[in-house]
Design a protein around this ligand. Sequence first.
Ligand SMILES: [Zn+2]
Length: 380
Amino acid sequence: MEEQIVHFLKEKESEMVEVLKGLVELESPSHDKVAVDQVGNHMQELYTKYVGGSIEVFKDDQFGNHLRCEFGEGEEQILILTHMDTVWPKGTLEELPFRIDGDKLYGPGSFDMKGGIVQGLFAQHALKTLQIPLKTKVVMLVTSDEEIGSESSRELIESEAKKSKYVLVLESAASSIKGKLKTSRKGVGMFSIKVSGRAAHSGIEPEKGISAIEELARQILYLHSLTDFEKGTTLNIGLINGGSASNVVAAEAEAELDLRVKNNAEFERIIPLIQGLKPSKEGLTIEVTGGINRPVMERTSEISEMFETAKALAKEHLGFDLEEQASGGGSDGSFASQFAPTLDGLGPVGDGAHASNEHLLISQMPIRSALVALLIAKLA
Ligand SMILES: [Zn+2]
C-alpha cells in the first residue's frame, strides 16, 4: 500500500506543478475578499475533481469565505489545515511572475502556502483513487485570513480541532533544503503602550512640561530588559510614535510591543509585568492594551509521537531523514494544538516566505505529498 501511494504521487509531479501554477496566478491578498473568493471557488472545483467529497462554505462579509472539505467515513476525523491568502498585494505577479528555474518554482504564495494546498490535495487524491482503507474522515479546512491573524477563521479552526484525533498543518517546512517539520511554536503577544504627559513650550517654560517621550523611552528600556534568550522569552518594541514638534515637550507617545514565549508559564510571568507598568512620576499615565495573539504550541508527548511516526514513514518509504525544529512564529497550528495533537510544517520544502525569492522545490512536492498521505493512512 505504501509503495503504491509513493509511486502514484511521483507520477503526478507535473500535474501538481500545473495545479499550483493555476493557484499562484490567482492573486489572493488577505484583505481582498473578491480575490480570495476567486481562489476559494477554484479550490472547490479542484477538490471536487481530485477528491470528490462534500464541501461546506463558511461565508464571511469582510474576508474571503472559508471552506470545509470532507471525505471518508467514521465517527472521528483527521484535520488538515491550509490557508489560501498570501501577504502579497495585487499586482505582485507582474514583478514576481510564476516561473520555474531548474528544480525551483517561484511565485507569490508558492511556498506559503499554495504549494501546501496542492500537496495536501494530491495526498487525498492518492488515498481516494487507490481506495486506501481509512477508519476516520479526512477534513481539510481552506481558510482566508491566516496571514493577518485568523480573526475570522479562528472559531472554525478551533471547533474542528476539538473534533479531531490529529491535526496536520500544511504550512511550509522550516526554510532549508532539509525541510524540517515544526513540532513547537512560540506563543505571541501583542500590546500597545500609550503614555500621556503634559505639553509645554520647550524654550519658554520647559519646566512645566512632563515628557511622554522621555517616559516611554524609560519604559522601553525596562521592557527590553525583560528579554531572556535562555528561556526563549523576547520583548521587542518594533514601532514608536509620539510628540507634535521638536520645540514642544511631548504630551503623548506610544509604542507597539511584540512578545514571544516558549511556554504558558512565561506568559503568566511576563504579561502582568507589561500590564502593570507604572509611571515614574506624577503627572504621567500609562495605558496598556492588547494580549495574547497566538497561544504556545508546546511539544507535548503526543506531538513528539506524531513526529516519530512521520520520521519512521519518511525513512522507510521515502528514504530520507526527517528532522524537526522549534519555530519562533505562530500559525493556525498554534490554535489547533490547544485541542488536538498537531504536526506543523508538513507543506513545501523551499525558502523565502514573505520574501521576493519565495520558492519551493518541485522534486520535493510528490515526496512531501506522499508523507502526508502515508501519515493519514497510518493515523486514521
Ligand atoms: Zn502560511
